[in-house]
Design a protein around this ligand. Structure first.
Ligand code: RP5
Length: 164
């Protein structure tokens, strides 16, 4: 199976970003986490992105806060799908990162998830890999079934509490 790279701009992003790694592991998807910055380590970041396909990666997840150019820099250096996670924090509390990550120029897309949306980044990466992996697609279907069962249980509890 192709690997997923989980890249973050700083170790300060890790407490949130590790949620993406946990979700990928739950689906049995091999992943590597690295700290690389579009601004602080631009040469290493570009090198990683340029070699990612040859190194066995299928999807790149990039998390960054504030002037969040990491996902865009990766997208500019690779034709692998790039998923951006704008990180909460800084003077604008993540709105700056959201706009910097999502507002890409034509031809260089970044699939941007919610601010701090590490879980959805991992699920989206799994869905991309599942296009050509039936076993992974079955795991995604099973996860949806679990969600349906959980909501049904919560609904039953709520109705019981309301006396219905
Ligand atoms: C971004 O700046 C990082 O992704 C992080 O979200 C933010 C703050 O980084 P630190 O100052 O905590 O290293 O590049």
């Amino acid at each position: 199976m192709k690997k997923v790279a989980v890249i973050m701009g700083s170790d300060s992003d890790w407490p949130v970003v590790k949620g993406a790694c946990a979700q990928l592991e739950e689906f049995g998807i091999p992943c590597e986490a690295h700290i690389l910055s579009a601004h602080r380590t631009p040469v290493a970041a570009a090198g990683f992105a340029r070699n990612a396909r040859a190194n066995g990666f299928g999807v790149l997840i990039c998390a960054a806060g504030m002037a969040a150019h990491l996902a865009g820099a990766f997208a500019g250096n690779s034709t692998l799908p790039v998923i951006g996670i704008p990180m909460k924090g800084g003077a604008m509390d993540g709105l700056d990162a959201l706009l910097a990550t999502v507002q890409m120029p034509g031809g260089i897309p970044v699939a941007t998830v919610a601010i701090n949306g590490a879980k959805n980044a991992a699920v989206l990466a799994a869905q991309i890999l599942a296009v050509s992996d039936d076993a992974l697609a079955a795991k995604l279907d099973a996860a949806r079934e679990t969600m349906v069962a959980q909501i049904a249980e919560k609904e039953a509890k709520l109705q019981a509490e309301l006396g219905n």
